[in-house]
Design a protein around this ligand. Structure first.
Ligand code: R5P
Length: 282
């Protein structure tokens, strides 16, 4: 098998390859003068391939499609999309809208697709390939345990991330609870206080992704106003767009913990073992 590393997942793919005692195949990524994306797999592809590429931007998606096309002579193509962009538009919220996650899934022509904590599991049904969603919650849980926090409490900022909070906390035997969030606009949310006694406790807010940081910033402020000690943030996907990082630090976050499904300064936990173990079993 060959590992192909897309431009958005160079480090993660290298880590997966190392876990498998391999080296990723080299590719060329460039742009034409008009801005179009150019992609070339340098070596001949005649073996099975695994392409690893997150798609946080439209051009990352184009690169992934190009890599799949460039590998068309491979006997089988496995595509790993650690972070899949557009996954939050997984249904029609207003009439006339596209189900963007479905539109994207339909473009991926492969034998297998692997995602990690995809925003909604139902999206997997839209891939024509066999699809699998891997769960990184225990990696977050193990990291949280290694922090040796004082009377910690894991909290989901909304009902949607309760399963993640439950799963991460199960590994470390820590209590978990959740807050109630109402979204007012694309980057504004209000958080309703729940009956959680956070006084003097170290809190780990957990969510599948942090984008603008609005959800987490409001949650941090609320928890700190209720007497929480240090507030940590843990997520699988550190999208951290716009002023996301600043918003979190302005709100008083102690540390941002994230995986390398997106390669950011905060991505201290690698999902490479998760992917490599799965690939070994194929
Ligand atoms: C929403 O359903 C997700 O799980 C996250 O809560 C959300 O995407 C975070 O977005 P933001 O950081 O922009 O508040």
């Amino acid at each position: 098998m060959k590992i192909i590393a897309g431009p958005a997942s160079q480090l993660l793919a290298s880590r997966v390859a190392r876990e498998l005692d391999m080296e990723p195949s080299l590719c060329e990524f460039n742009r034409f003068p008009d801005g179009e994306v150019y992609t070339r797999v340098i070596e001949d592809i005649t073996d099975d391939v695994t392409i690893i590429q997150s798609t946080p931007t439209d051009s990352d998606l184009v690169s992934l499609l190009q890599l799949i096309d460039a590998c068309e002579d491979a006997p089988t193509i496995t595509v790993v999309i650690p972070y899949m962009g557009y996954a939050r538009q997984d249904k029609i919220f207003k009439s006339g809208e596209a189900i963007s996650a479905r539109a994207i899934a339909r473009t991926i022509k492969a034998d297998r697709v692997i995602t990690i904590n995809i925003h909604e599991k139902s999206i997997l049904e839209h891939f024509s390939a066999d699809s699998f969603d891997l769960d990184a919650s225990h990696l977050l849980g193990n990291y949280i345990r290694s922090l040796n926090l004082d009377n910690p409490l894991i909290i989901s900022p909304d009902a949607g991330a309760i399963a993640l909070a439950e799963s991460a906390s199960a590994d470390v035997g820590i209590e978990y609870d959740y807050l109630e969030k109402t979204r007012l606009s694309g980057d504004t949310v209000t958080i309703k206080t729940k009956n959680i006694d956070v006084t003097g406790r170290e809190i780990i807010l957990i969510d599948d992704m942090i984008a603008t940081g609005g959800t987490m910033a409001e949650s941090i402020k609320l928890l700190r106003s209720q007497g929480a000690k240090d507030v940590y943030i843990a997520c699988v996907h550190p999208v951290l767009t716009k002023n996301g990082v600043l918003r979190l630090y302005n709100a008083g976050v102690h540390e941002v913990i994230a995986t390398d499904t997106l390669e950011k300064a905060q991505s201290h936990i690698s999902v490479a073992p998760l992917i490599a173990d799965f690939l070994k079993k194929l």
